[in-house]
Design a protein around this ligand. Sequence first.
Ligand code: HEM
Length: 227
Amino acid sequence: MSDNKMILKHPISSRVFHWFLLLSFLPLAATGLLLFFKPLDQAGMQLSYDIHMIAGAVMAIDAVAFFIFAFDRVVLFTYRVFAVSKRDIGWMMVAGGYPHKFFPGIFKTKPNVPEMNKYNTGQRIFGAAVIVGGSVLIISGLVLWLAPHIAPAGAVYWLGQAHLVFGLLLTAFLPVHLFLAVYFWSDFKAMMSHGKIPYEDAKHHSPLWVKNEIVPTMTAGEQAAAK
Ligand code: HEM
């Protein structure tokens, strides 16, 4: 296989979903923090509220559309995220090898990082937070917005608390996700534009995915060259 062979990592449906997710979630996180800390005057707070509702509606429509039109991707991603194995414990014991990668002067020994599937343990923890937290945020947000006086007061209170906790949790995850997204530049280009990454990168970061899902789809000649 030639060195520059590219393989598809993120199909168009996932990329479109992800684009709308980031375009809606970034203003949601910013205006959510403003609504929580209330640093602005009345006009500023009202504007934050309006932006929060519009961006929330965009995120809800994006999620429902992805669920309906790319149900197979939703099922596959959910399976990938929650398929826990012993390798995850090994990955967490060495924090994915990132301490050695970023601070080799302090963490001198190169750790033994277990082979990962399409996403590593850290990405899957974030993925689980997005699936669970995103669902809670969308459902609770819709009730708090559209039916605060119709739903039972106790339920509205707990939905408000859940909205706050998951909103803060996902917002706290975001800087790490953004940093790693840009750090792994070929993954960034794939998710943001053409969906493809170099075969060698995939083999390095996601060896089990390549071995179990990519190689079986390759021709015999490609498989021989890839060895
Ligand atoms: C400017 C903002 C963002 C950028 C640049 C970005 C970038 C990326 C990239 C490059 C990937 C692919 C990683 C890979 O191929 O291994 C990815 C995956 C993902 N992104 Fe984002 N993202 C952004 C915002 C968000 C937001 C706001 C959310 C949800 C709240 C999100 C949720 C996810 C999830 C669940 C995945 C799959 C699991 C993972 O790779 O962590 N992203 N993102």
